[in-house]
Design a protein around this ligand. Structure first.
Ligand SMILES: NC(=O)c1ccc[n+]([C@@H]2O[C@H](COP(=O)([O-])OP(=O)(O)OC[C@H]3O[C@@H](n4cnc5c(N)ncnc54)[C@H](O)[C@@H]3O)[C@@H](O)[C@H]2O)c1
Length: 395
């Protein structure tokens, strides 16, 4: 059953070609990733914001940006050019020169974006259809390997506790019961069936349940997630350890987030917002060792477009019971923060696949709000885990 990692290119001089299959390809993160990869491949931009481009990883053989071909699934009938034009006009990001120089490449990649298959009849039929799309993409470009990354809209919280814990039992349960599972889960299942590494950048369920881990083990596939840590939660994972290390007691931590992009619009639905709030709020107690009063809110404010703003108010107590406050504001461009991490995760998941890694990759924790396979949330510890994993030479 296990699909072996692809063999190296026959000639050492011919770099392999690899695929990045994006679920939700034409969204803000997907389109910015495509634009960025095309611009990097042309040497038009620097890899600023990419962790895999740090000097400590200079000797690691990652797939170069020029090696990537983009494909994917998308719900809306649109193009990369349209999505990028929308981001540019609404949020005033991206240079005209980069857009013009990459236009031809992006339009070529548009032809690889298939309509979402989640309504293709029964669940397993949709899985088969998605896996077939991915395999056709692999054949068309003769790709050595593909990584599937979920950058689709956030889904409502899903209780997966009733799911059977073994892959085959899960499949027959799906078939028998006609139960519906989230679209992100069907896409994750399809990715593994097609022999691809899988990463979930969103708070949606995707592959975060026991039967999926079993599915990956049966096919010999690595996977990672969940919910990229790009703004307020990233700051929390740096600041909370500081309070703990100074023995300053955090009394309360309040974070208000406002954003106006399509993700913000989706999150304005309370069912979808609950997924995000859950992943954003969970890590404080883990890092501090106690649970201070906390509150996280996310509101859709249309005029802000892609410029997500977070205000944090941290009330803490020091020596002799003196109460003090830290307040901060973070204003980040959502897509520009997330896209380099998509490229990093693609390179790292493909490296893991090449090394024969099977199952969850805890070493990717520094990229996620709810890392799979570890409870470590401190950014510095997570970064050490990443370095240790990437730089080890015994694999
Ligand atoms: N930008 C960040 O900083 C950041 C950080 C962490 C997580 N995320 C997550 O990344 C995801 C994408 O964010 P975005 O700003 O690009 O959102 P977006 O709304 O711009 O893009 C999502 C895209 O997914 C498509 N889509 C929805 N369901 C689909 C399906 N079943 N199959 C295929 N396509 C589907 C939509 O049509 C849309 O084009 C969201 O879940 C968001 O929460 C973003």
């Amino acid at each position: 059953m296990a699909i072996p990692p692809e063999s190296e290119s026959l000639s050492m001089n011919v770099p392999r070609r690899v695929g990045l299959w994006l679920i939700g390809a034409h969204g803000g993160v997907g389109s910015t990733t495509a634009l960025g990869l095309a611009a990097l491949a042309r040497g038009q931009i620097l890899p600023t914001g990419m962790v895999t481009a740090l000097p400590e990883f200079a000797h690691v053989i990652f797939d170069e940006p020029a090696a990537f071909v983009i494909g994917g699934h998308e719900l809306r009938p649109t193009t990369f050019a349209e999505s990028i034009a929308e981001l540019k006009s609404r949020s005033n990001i991206f240079s005209e020169a980069v857009i013009a120089a990459t236009a031809e490449q992006l339009s070529e990649w548009d032809a690889n974006i298939c309509p979402a298959r989640t309504n293709d009849g029964p669940a397993l039929a949709a899985v088969d259809a998605m896996a077939a799309d991915i395999r056709a993409f692999q054949r068309q470009y003769d790709l050595a390997a593909i990584v599937v990354i979920n950058v689709a809209s956030t889904e409502p919280v899903c209780d997966s506790t009733a799911y059977p814990t073994e892959a085959l039992a899960f499949e027959s349960w799906l078939e028998r019961s006609g139960t519906t599972v989230p679209a992100s889960t069907l896409a994750a299942w399809a990715a593994v069936r097609a022999g691809c590494a899988y990463v979930n950048l969103t708070p949606s369920l995707g592959g975060r349940f026991a039967a999926f881990e079993d599915h990956c083990r049966r096919y010999g596939i690595p996977h990672g997630g969940q919910d990229a840590k790009t703004g307020e939660t990233l700051l929390k994972s740096v600041l909370a350890p500081m309070f703990r290390m100074r023995n300053l007691r955090v009394l309360s931590w309040v974070g208000h987030n406002i954003l106006g992009n399509r993700d913000g619009q989706v999150l304005s639905d309370p069912a979808n917002k609950a997924s995000k709030l859950r992943t954003k709020d969970a890590l404080l107690a883990e890092m501090l060792g106690y649970r201070p009063q906390s509150h996280v809110s996310i509101e859709y404010i249309e005029s802000l477009d892609d410029w997500k703003t977070a205000w944090d108010h941290i009330h803490f107590e020091g020596f002799l019971g003196v109460k003090m406050t830290l307040q901060l504001t973070w204003q980040g461009c959502d897509s520009a923060l997330a896209a380099p991490l998509v490229i990093d995760l693609a390179r790292l998941a493909l490296l893991a696949r090449q090394r024969g890694h099977i199952g969850a990759i805890p070493a990717l924790a520094c990229f996620f709000k709810s890392p799979i396979g570890t409870t470590v949330h401190e950014l510095s510890q997570q970064y050490e885990m990443l370095c240790e994993y990437v730089l080890r030479v015994d694999l």
